[in-house]
Design a protein around this ligand. Sequence first.
Ligand code: NAD
Length: 451
Amino acid sequence: MKISIVGTGYVGLVTGLSLAVLGHEVICVDNDQNKIFKINKGCSPFYEPGIDELLKQEVAKKSIYATDNFEKSILESSVTIIAVGTPTVNSKIDLSFIKKAAKQIGEALAKDDKYHVVVVKSTVLPGVTENTVRLILEKYSKKLAGNHFGLCMNPEFLREGCALEDALQPDRIVIGQIDEKSGKEFAKIYSKLSCPKIFTNLWTAELIKYTANSLFATLISFANEISRISESTNKIDVVDVWKGVHLDKRLSPYVGKKQIRPGILSYIFSGCGFGGSCFPKDIKALAIFAKMQKVDAKLIESVININKTQPHRLILHLKKAVGNDLKGKKIAVLGLAFKANTDDIRESSAFPIIEELILEKAKVVCHDPMVYKDNTPKQLANLNITLAKTVDEAIKNAEAVIVVTGWDEYIKLTPKFFKQNMKNAVVIDGRRIYDKNLFTSNGVIYKGIGL
Ligand code: NAD
């Protein structure tokens, strides 16, 4: 099938690439010339394991290309997937990108004689596909959804860092449909995938996505609340608490004689908070939606509040180790990405930590294996920090190190390495990636979340 994808960011490109691998012809539509240029050269505009190799392969096969020609892309394809951003701005979901995309698609549909299915993949609140996207499409196409063209909502569950694997081997596909014909036509693009396919209405599909993300965010904030209770006792290490909890066979079931460690456990673990382009914005949007619906969503509000204050816990640990006065002290921050294996720094816990250190007049040196001086995002460029090229450079003569991201490169670091390079070997572990006993017995002042 010929498929156009509007918005070629993380979701758009990964979806497009996986559909190309599945044998479809994919047109990626974006208004960012730089992205279009890179994609057509077979280079991904962002880091994702394995993406460049696959993109080069599919571009060479001509199964995928990028363009800014909206109308031609829509008219040449039979399915159009909307994957533009839906950020939260001033505590409100910003629908301006999706509205603009819907208008452009509607204008093209006005010239399209064949049956075409429009699909919202962007994360949007319940009701947006039916009450906003549908109305715009109908207005500009002068056609009726569910009659002249199909309309679906197909939430995306991929995780950055393993996005290609998630897109090529999804655990389920949710298809919200305005009518049966829309869902049936659209589902053809996934005919080669054998995972369960859930057909439902547009509103339910939208809420499934928010519920999934908010559930994971809730687990993280719960784990962080437990870390605060542990810290308050001076007797409990939260890592031991989770060891004791995780081994419950309802969480870690036996397959034969082997007890497995499901991925869910990584969310039931204490750290310096969740970030990224999805969890923070989606749970905030859900809280707003609950309010609009006059639902008192106290649990969701608490999850947000715990996450907002969690990064500050690392500053408290830091001050316990080096004293309250941080002025002029070199503090190294290891990790800017919101999690390992991605270069995405959106809403990373690193930012509130860095901002607080700057406010305290500390000398902040940051390092991240995926964020370099020549690709410094705007968010960082405005901060008074030094970006180190290597971990060695970052921690040289530092008075403390704060670990924010659990990169493999950091996990491998030894107490000896910190002792040899730092002014004082003080390690504040925001992800609990180090062995507490090994570090303390080798002369490192080791503090961390939940300790
Ligand atoms: P992104 O910001 O990386 O990409 C959005 C792209 O849309 C950009 O390339 C932008 O140039 C393009 N764009 C905006 N308006 C356009 C228009 N009118 N015409 C053409 N192109 C346009 O966003 P993303 O991270 O890929 O997220 C997209 C959506 O998917 C969001 O709703 C997000 O919540 C959701 N989502 C994201 C993830 C994730 O891990 N990033 C996972 C699941 C769902």
